[in-house]
Design a protein around this ligand. Structure first.
Ligand code: SAM
Length: 232
């Protein structure tokens, strides 16, 4: 396996997998992440779960081509239903989807998480949905990363079992990301601020219905919150 084929985004996800973990990669199109983890000997056993036929077949083909059929079980299943008790999966990765879809996958299959110690998610948008899911389901954020690749900004949220409470800003921007405020973090929120201000200006020019009034108030609140983070 050519590890250079793996995006920096998925390498960053892989970096949060602990040595010797048993991983289920959900939404595993091509099974690149489990193949990388086996190839680098970070893990010895993994499950690649895919709901769609085409990506499932690509995952199966790739795993066979790499000669990892013994180490990686490829299953066609919806979300966490790819995990079976005997797999002894202790780590779940879900990458490359929107935050709300990842939160839905976690919610609808949460019975399958009883043996899982760590969940590593990489939402493409609206990561807040995952942080809200974590709080409601007694998972605590233990690490986060933000990175830019090919002009796109990605966040990674790592969770373990535990009680946590986060404020509005932490839910939106991430407690660990807020604490480190990297260049990419600043770039992301400067760009969000520009967009929110643009939408707010447009809304100010339209007739004010109740829905528009609520949206404007929410935008003003978010602009104020994030503005403070960027200026302090
Ligand atoms: N995880 C890979 C990555 O990060 O590069 C692939 C990301 S791809 C954009 C999203 C994949 O998730 C697709 O192959 C899609 O079929 C799969 N997917 C979406 N919903 C799913 C679900 N409920 N269960 C399993 N797979 C799902």
């Amino acid at each position: 396996m050519n590890s250079e084929r793996l995006s920096n985004r998925l390498k960053a996800v892989a970096s949060f997998v602990e040595e010797g973990a048993v991983v289920a990669d959900i939404g595993s199109d091509h099974a690149y992440l489990p193949c990388f983890l086996i190839h680098t000997k970070k893990v010895e056993k993994a499950v690649a779960g895919e709901v769609a036929k085409g990506p499932y077949e690509s995952a199966l083909k790739n795993v066979r081509r790499e000669g990892f059929s013994k180490e990686i079980t490829v299953r066609m299943a919806d979300g966490l239903f790819a995990i079976e008790k005997n797999d002894a999966v202790d780590t779940v990765t879900i990458a490359g989807m929107g935050g709300p879809l990842i939160a839905t996958i976690l919610e609808s299959g949460k019975d399958r998480l009883s043996q899982v110690k760590r969940i590593i998610t990489q939402p493409n948008i609206y990561s807040r949905a995952i942080r809200e899911w974590a709080v409601s389901n007694e998972w605590e954020i233990v690490n986060e990363q933000i990175l830019k690749e090919d002009g796109k900004i990605y966040e990674i949220i790592v969770m373990e079992k535990g009680l946590a409470a986060y404020g509005e800003l932490e839910l939106m921007a991430g407690p660990f990301l807020l604490a480190s405020k990297t260049e990419v973090f600043i770039e992301k929120w400067e760009s969000e601020l520009l967009e929110w201000n643009r939408v707010l200006d447009a809304l100010k020019k339209t007739n004010e219905t109740d829905a528009i009034k609520t949206k404007k108030a929410q935008l003003v609140r978010h602009i104020d919150l994030v503005g403070k983070v960027l200026t302090t």
